[in-house]
Design a protein around this ligand. Sequence first.
Ligand SMILES: NC(=O)c1ccc[n+]([C@@H]2O[C@H](COP(=O)([O-])OP(=O)(O)OC[C@H]3O[C@@H](n4cnc5c(N)ncnc54)[C@H](OP(=O)(O)O)[C@@H]3O)[C@@H](O)[C@H]2O)c1
Length: 307
Amino acid sequence: MKIVIAGGTGFVGQLVSQLLLQEGHSVIVLSRNAKRSTPTDATQAQHIQWDGCTQGPWTQECDGSDVVINLSGEPIADKRWTPNRKQQLTDSRVVSSRTLGQAITEWKTKPHTFLSASGVGYYGDQGSKVVDETSPRGDGFLADLCLEWENAAQKIEALGLRVLNVRFGMVLGSEGGALPKMMFPFQWFLGGPVLPGTQYVSWIHQLDLARLILFLITHPAIQGQVNAVAPNSVTMKDFCHALGKAMKRPSWFPVPELTLKIVLGELSTMLTTGQQVYPKKALSDGFSFAYPTIQEAMNSIFSQPST
Ligand SMILES: NC(=O)c1ccc[n+]([C@@H]2O[C@H](COP(=O)([O-])OP(=O)(O)OC[C@H]3O[C@@H](n4cnc5c(N)ncnc54)[C@H](OP(=O)(O)O)[C@@H]3O)[C@@H](O)[C@H]2O)c1
């Protein structure tokens, strides 16, 4: 298949691109900073310039694609959530989907599938309640953002495509996402859970996420919202314990909620609240997780055999 990945230069995009190429698909990465290159063999993706908000030569170059994946978006946790930053976070996701939708209307041959990233922030703070794809949206900025993001993707269905909104949990890998930032205090023997410690973390190993995306685009009967999380969410306390164990470091130094709130503002709610999300659809459709438990996932990232 010919697959377009907008935002394919990022942490998740690189992994997905690599897996798709290994499986024999051809990949076009849309990037705002594409170094123009023509792949010399089938193991490389083609990189094409776009700006995420207007049509251009990229529109015609992507015609004939079978699948379009949108992973674009300003990083959620890099800056404090000022009103201006919140708008950038929303626009970079919603406008990029809309722009891809406009391009697809012009293509002579339409793709069969549009897959968009979303997040488990959709469910808001759920305490210890278990939620799945049938659960209602929660409250807060991330829940509102996810709704707008998913609605923008869903509109593309009207063009005759299957649409998948994939709600990612915290994606675990040492090269990107939240884990490298969380590892830092552990490296200095100063790691510990963000309090209260009982808040749930829904997570997924990076390789399982790439495999799940491949599974979804190759199983045409699946559509709509899909939770991309391992079947065993854990509390923040257990998450940090597993991280410390894999790094052979203690998890003794808790981070008080107030400290985090002073440093990060509203963004701190991403760490001090959580949700226990269950991958009901992925499991019922036959997907098998290579890393179903947090210790297996952490051990694989830090290259230690599971115990
Ligand atoms: N990683 C996680 O744990 C996690 C969890 C839940 C949801 N997600 C979502 O999944 C998606 C992929 O995550 P990721 O970790 O791979 O993110 P990432 O590493 O930050 O990559 C996102 C990509 O989006 C593009 N981008 C950034 N700002 C943009 C803008 N204003 N307009 C258009 N494109 C823009 C960038 O590509 P160029 O600079 O090359 O254009 C970047 O490579 C994101 O939308 C993220 O919010 C991730």
